[in-house]
Ligand binder design. Structure first.
Ligand code: SF4
Length: 431
């Protein structure tokens, strides 16, 4: 079968989305295309975001390929599945532009993973994959009987919907080394979350591990990227060496939690490459932080969240370090890593004066700590389930209204006032 895989042209106007707006490599589509190809299918991957295409241009390119199946992502790459735009207007606009020219239409992403039926309805597609999608796509391409494919919601011939099972978790460890077109890498000038200097060459995203052994209350990963898995180091280094050969000078590891791994750090140290990570600083001993910096790490984003042990316990962080220990490790990391950020979130009971003083203390040592931001209770997070139970068909609307009503001010990166979900989706065919 001919299969098209599409990252649509993301547009974040009036969205609560607070992630990075630059294009990043669509790893989930890359793995999907690789597994489809090894199962004998022909694939075309279109990244409208990276390639600067409109929905109509992307649809024309897909239609010219003549696929029997078209896959579209509902989040801007795996990097942002945990904080995706709640609205589905962008993938829906692409599907509307495509019409019937894409064959069977399939959506992949966090929306269908948590709430399959509303995702199916809002997108008007034929099927949505629940959970990590790459291993499910070859099964879909290999059958006409969708009832036999696991982790799926699909539309029956009579228009009703059916769900074949819960979200899928990929094996992940042996996902193949990804190769990207030279033209894509040349366009990828963005160095994600890097602030120590201007890009000196193309950037790229890679994945050394997936999932996380913790269950912080605010973290949207119950339905995907949950259990911790580490990718085979030989495969990962093969991918990294391919990227370096294409001129890449900076890698961003999309791993939920980049844990200390001496063989990987040694391998990175032996290569001419800089990189950025997100992690928990309490899991790094001082000597490993030094090794991380020596390996070429230039950006650390570390979730501290609350500045009190009580606050961190309320968020179920299971953090054994004291707030002073955390500060010490951040400062230690900053000795060898030029940009270190402590992420804070708005936690009831954290004293604003204490937060301001802590931020100032760290800033004096070169460590950036953000102004605490409110949390969005994503349907795949424990917080959502604590508030309202299992997600139902109104889960995203409920989470959205709660978020908009919770705080009067928003993160300073949200330039426009976020709109209610129904308004955001009203402009497209979602409603
Ligand atoms: S440590 Fe990070 S990735 Fe893991 S559950 Fe907590 S917030 Fe999520």
């Amino acid at each position: 079968m001919r299969v098209a895989l599409v990252n649509p042209p993301w547009d974040y106007r009036n969205s609560i989305y607070f992630g990075c707006r630059e294009p990043h490599l669509p790893l989930e589509l890359g793995y999907g295309a690789a597994l489809l190809a090894s199962a004998g299918h022909d694939t075309l991957t279109v990244d409208a975001h990276l390639e600067g295409l409109s929905a109509e241009e992307a649809a024309r390119r897909v239609a010219a390929f003549g696929p029997g199946m078209t896959v579209v992502a509902t989040a801007p790459t795996y990097l942002f599945w945990r904080c995706a735009p709640p609205e589905l207007r962008v993938p829906r606009a692409f599907l509307d532009a495509l019409g019937t020219a894409g064959g069977r239409t399939v959506a992949v992403g966090p929306h269908g993973s948590a709430t399959p039926r509303p995702a199916l309805e809002k997108l008007g597609c034929d099927a949505v994959v629940r959970g990590e999608c790459e291993e499910i796509l070859p099964l879909l391409a290999g059958t006409d009987d969708l009832a036999r494919v696991p982790a799926l919601a699909y539309r029956r011939a009579d228009g009703t919907s059916a769900v074949t099972g819960g979200p899928h978790a990929s094996r992940f460890t042996d996902l193949p080394a990804l190769r990207w077109p030279d033209a894509w890498i040349a366009r990828h000038r963005h160095h994600h979350h890097r602030f120590d200097g201007e890009p000196d060459g193309p950037g790229a995203e890679v994945e050394a591990s997936r999932g996380c052994p913790y269950t912080c209350s605010f973290c949207a990963k119950i339905d995907f990227r949950d259990a911790y898995r580490r990718r085979d180091l030989g495969i990962l280094l093969d991918e990294i060496d391919g990227l370096i050969a294409q001129g890449v000078t900076y890698l961003y590891f999309v791993d939920e939690i980049f844990l200390p791994q001496a063989p990987l750090l040694d391998a990175l140290a032996a290569r001419d490459i800089r990189f950025g990570i997100q992690t928990r600083i309490d899991l790094w001993k001082p000597d490993m932080l030094d090794r991380l910096g020596a390996a070429g790490c230039v950006s650390i984003e570390a979730g501290v969240e609350s500045l009190t042990e009580k606050g961190r316990a309320a968020l179920d962080k299971r953090c054994r370090a004291s707030t002073d220990d955390l500060a010490e490790r951040l400062i230690r990391a900053r000795k060898t890593v030029p940009f270190v950020q402590a992420n804070l979130i708005a936690v009831a009971g954290d004293d604003p004066g204490m937060v301001a003083a802590w931020r100032e203390r760290l800033r004096a040592q070169g460590v950036w700590a953000n102004d605490p931001v409110p949390l969005y209770p994503y349907p795949s997070s424990p917080d959502y389930r604590r508030l309202w139970g299992e997600p139902d068909d109104e889960a995203w609307e409920r989470a959205h209204a709660h978020y908009l009503g919770q705080f009067e001010r928003f993160s300073d990166i949200q330039e426009e006032r976020p709109l209610p979900l129904r308004e955001l989706e009203a402009a497209c065919g979602c409603r």
